[in-house]
Design a protein around this ligand. Structure first.
Ligand SMILES: NC(=O)c1ccc[n+]([C@@H]2O[C@H](COP(=O)([O-])OP(=O)(O)OC[C@H]3O[C@@H](n4cnc5c(N)ncnc54)[C@H](OP(=O)(O)O)[C@@H]3O)[C@@H](O)[C@H]2O)c1
Length: 301
């Protein structure tokens, strides 16, 4: 029941109507009996600064950030976590209320500071770890956009040996590889870059343990798009993760099943990025099973 003590979490984006996060988070909050509500907020680009100031003033405790605000919101935050800084994008904001702060007491106000995190890469890596160990593996990623950056930085910091990045626009793959090398040089990972042609992808997949497709190929409504890799390019020991989650069984997942490869569904990344956000805000373990069921129900799966 909403009452005078109900605390607020939410998600900001433009558009926002199609978000699945409220279903997942409200189920988790209710399971733990917490007097919180998680709401969607439609925020336009030119109101982002006002939105963060308004959220501070209204005592909102946490926000998720979705497209197109993940990078632009950073300039409105007081602090950015190191992983989010490397990625250059924030999908989670924690609001910290310090009633004991000296300046707060003088002005009879509560000081509120904000910190940005990126839990997208964490979500993808945790989903893959459910199926395989990541240590000393070779990982191939297709795509070099926003999601690829989050996934690449997180997985490159998770104990892998080799990372192969293929992108249609080769320059974007070069730029991502350069950023990884300059930020994670001490990780000692072998990074290879290629343009995303069939023969390059086949060669890289032959020697890979994990394949993550971060392109939108096969995403609703383009569900009949040809998969980025056909079954004959995949092998049985490969773990194949398509981060697209609508539909659940994308054209790539179908090819992976044909090849008897292990599959990781895209909704798992969405689930675990939310689980991590929940834990950042509330400082306690999230009820994963309940939140997963609510997410699957919302996705109609
Ligand atoms: N599961 C989750 O939680 C989750 C989280 C975030 C995103 N996603 C999904 O991930 C996908 C990508 O999101 P994003 O934010 O990274 O998008 P983005 O920044 O626009 O990047 C898309 C990438 O895919 C490549 N690409 C697009 N169409 C292609 C095609 N037909 N053939 C080959 N490459 C193609 C682009 O290559 P160029 O550079 O050559 O244009 C680019 O590298 C979306 O479907 C999104 O819904 C899922």
């Amino acid at each position: 029941m909403i009452d005078g003590k109900t605390k607020i979490l939410g998600v900001i984006g433009d558009p926002i109507e199609h978000t699945f996060s409220p279903a997942m988070h409200n189920a988790g909050l209710s399971e733990l009996g917490l007097n919180y509500i998680y709401l969607p907020f439609h925020v336009k680009e030119d109101r982002l600064g006002e939105c963060i100031q308004g959220a501070k003033a209204m005592g909102i405790e946490g926000l998720n950030v979705t497209i197109p605000h993940k990078t632009n919101v950073m300039k409105h935050l007081d602090d950015i976590d190191s992983v989010a800084s490397m990625i250059g994008a924030v999908n989670t904001i924690q609001f910290n209320f310090d009633e004991n702060n000296e300046s707060s007491n003088q002005n009879n106000e509560t000081s509120v500071t904000t910190k940005g995190f990126n839990t997208d890469g964490y979500g993808c890596v945790r989903a893959i770890k459910e199926k395989t160990s990541i240590n000393n593996k070779k990982v191939t990623i297709t795509g070099a956009g926003g999601a690829a950056r989050a996934v690449a930085f997180q997985i490159a910091s998770s104990g892998i040996d080799e990372l192969s990045i293929l992108n249609r626009n080769f320059e974007k793959a070069v730029s991502l590889a350069n950023d990884l090398e300059s930020n994670l040089s001490e990780a000692g990972i072998d990074i290879t870059i290629n343009s995303c042609e069939i023969e390059n992808l086949k060669r890289e997949l032959d020697s890979s343990d994990i394949f993550i497709d971060t392109t939108p190929i096969g995403m609703y409504p383009n569900v009949d798009d040809k998969a980025i890799a056909s079954a004959d390019m995949l092998h049985e020991e490969l773990v194949v993760n398509d981060i697209v989650y609508t539909p659940m069984e994308t054209s790539l997942i179908k090819e992976a099943l044909k090849a008897n490869a292990e599959v990781v569904y895209g909704y798992k990344m969405l689930l675990y990025q939310g689980i991590r956000s929940f834990e950042i805000w509330l400082g306690r373990e999230a009820p994963v099973d309940v939140m997963e069921k609510a997410l699957l129900d919302a996705l109609g799966i």
